[in-house]
Design a protein around this ligand. Sequence first.
Ligand SMILES: [Zn+2]
Ligand SMILES: [Zn+2]
Length: 245
Amino acid sequence: MNRRDFIESQGATCKNWQWSWSFINEAKRIIIFGAWDRDTVGKRTRIFSEDWKENQRGMRAGFVQSREHIRLIEEDGFQLMTFPMHRKDDKEGRAKIGGFTQKLTKRKLSKVGGDWFASDYDDVSSVTLAEEISSPEKYSEGTRVSVTINAYERNPKARAACVAHHGYICAVCGFDFANVYGDIGENFTHVHHVVPIGKIGKEYEIDPIKDLIPVCPNCHAMIHRAEPPLTVEQLRRHISDLKKS
Ligand SMILES: [Zn+2]
Ligand SMILES: [Zn+2]
């Protein structure tokens, strides 16, 4: 099945099968975008960018059509769906489809700057884990590795249970990612593992609610500046003492 057959089998169409990058099913109020593998990071794909107006020579008509499709999602409540596309550029560097997967997924649209992203609907198991923290060696500045992360902070199930209970706001300073950064800040936090006193070095069952707390990356780094790490209360008190003086 080629891409056109696939799109038509979903009841969707476009103005021109040569230059279109997005498709519409008017009756079901669905907009379909192909999601390039190259523009996908984790569960987020950049599906449209203001920059593409200049870059895609000869694709102007496709750009205009896709911009209108974005508007229909944002303003008229059309449902965004995407299917995975594998990108293979030609010799002139123009995007060519190297293949695609016949699977449509409902996605959520968000805008950051002049770029639009399709992301999965809320999924607490996908709590974003910052790269620095998942690879502690990258956290080193000069000679000293300043943050050591233990396995509990990396365990996706434990993290999901922690944020399901505590939410995403930093337990130390109250930083709220969604409030400051909007859509891209949603469902983001670091999770710090509070090692229960007396259990250090022993096998124990983690309690994701008591033993894990959401913290922002800044506070998380500061907690780990001390060895043993500071407690949340210590760091909080430290910050408020500084404000007083
Ligand atoms: Zn914080
Ligand atoms: Zn930590």
